[in-house]
Design a protein around this ligand. Structure first.
Ligand code: NAD
Ligand code: UDP
Length: 315
């Protein structure tokens, strides 16, 4: 049956892929965004679809619509963007969550929160399991995002316990793919853009810190599967690719795939930059029957192709 679905942050990197998939599944999609880090270009191919509706709105302010499901994605996700106006980041995470939970309460919609592996901070348990409470600095430069997202999880759980809302929480690990902004600032898009332009590759710190990179299509599959699980399963559940790489290994992979002449340069490691990150995805395998399918090389090739076309167009 066709559903009416609200996607906040729908013009962003992940949101645009989600809107596309939900439309392909014959749903009606309301895409809500204030274009802080997203772009109309990401959703341009969807605008012709009569089942797609675009709303310019800041989720720090209330918004009510009669919908069946809400995916709450609105929030800058790249450290340079969420640290640009940290007070606003807290407001988006916390007030935005309250506003969307109130919408769910008013309409009876099921609501999914796009939480993050950042709730684990600089983790002392490796790989990270959902039962781990994390190691987060509450007063650092990353705290606006980490603590904002942790508080949003608290709000989701409290609305569930206090008002019986149908909620879902996913913790997304580093995700990459087409529709990332070339100036997004996150590592995969930075390295690809630098390699394609034969510019220096910026390694923060010594490059021995690790991340596990998930291609966006895998995330969208996990996210929509989570929304479709019975109401009793609320999460939080990790959605990520458990294959772990150091940042130096990632740089080398991008150099190889682009045949770039770029050289590595080393810059200051940002404050509280997590040393390691890898999801334990046993829960997602068990409850969602989900595992990521696209390994780094294949995903990087698709993403490089996207940026190659984009950069040539912009030149
Ligand atoms: P993104 O920056 O590309 O997308 C965020 C979108 O939200 C943008 O379109 C932006 O304009 C919009 N937005 C920001 N503030 C808003 C506001 N106040 N009102 C309305 N819209 C607003 O980032 P993304 O990578 O697509 O991330 C989407 C979500 O997934 C975020 O909530 C992020 O925290 C979460 N997440 C992403 C990753 C990742 O690796 N990409 C990892 C963990 C969690
Ligand atoms: N990073 C880097 N060079 C860059 C951008 C990021 O070395 O140009 C590092 C960053 O310090 C971190 C890792 O890559 O250790 C992942 O950074 P990103 O901002 O993509 O995500 P997050 O730190 O939120 O996981």
């Amino acid at each position: 049956m066709r559903k009416k679905i609200l996607v906040t942050g729908g013009a962003g990197f992940i949101g645009s892929h989600l809107c596309k998939k939900l439309l392909e599944e014959n749903n009606e999609v309301l895409c809500l965004d204030n274009y802080f880090t997203g772009s109309k270009m990401n959703i341009l191919p969807l605008l012709d679809n009569p089942m797609f509706e675009l709303i310019r709105h800041d989720i720090v302010n209330p918004y009510i619509a009669e919908v069946d499901e809400i995916y709450n994605l609105a929030c800058p996700a790249s450290p340079i963007h969420y640290q640009h106006n940290p007070i606003q980041t807290v407001k988006i995470s916390v007030m935005g969550a309250i506003n969307m939970l109130e919408t769910a309460k008013a309409t009876g919609a099921k609501i999914l929160q796009a939480s993050t592996s950042e709730v684990y901070g600089d983790p002392k348990i490796h790989p990270q399991v959902e039962s781990y409470w994390g190691n987060v600095n509450p007063i650092g430069e990353r705290s606006c995002y980490d603590e904002g997202k942790r508080c949003a999880e608290t709000l989701f759980m409290d609305y569930h316990r206090q008002s019986q809302l149908k909620i879902k929480i996913i913790r997304i690990f580093n995700t990459y793919g087409p529709n990332m902004h070339p100036n997004d600032g996150r590592v995969v898009s930075n390295f690809i853009v630098q390699c394609l332009r034969n510019e220096d590759i910026t390694i923060y710190g010594d490059g021995n810190q690790s991340r596990s990179f998930q291609y966006v299509d895998d995330l969208i599959e996990g996210m929509t599967k989570m929304m479709a699980t019975p109401n009793e399963f609320i999460g939080p559940v990790n959605i990520g690719n458990p294959t772990e790489f150091t940042i130096l290994e990632l740089a080398q992979a991008v150099i190889n795939l682009t045949n770039s002449k770029s050289k590595l340069i080393f810059k200051r490691l940002p404050m509280d930059d997590p040393q390691q990150r890898r999801p334990d995805i046993s829960l997602a395998k068990d409850k969602l029957n989900w595992t990521p399918k696209i390994e780094l090389e294949e995903g990087l090739k698709k993403t490089i192709e996207y940026f190659d076309i984009l950069l040539k167009k912009n030149n």
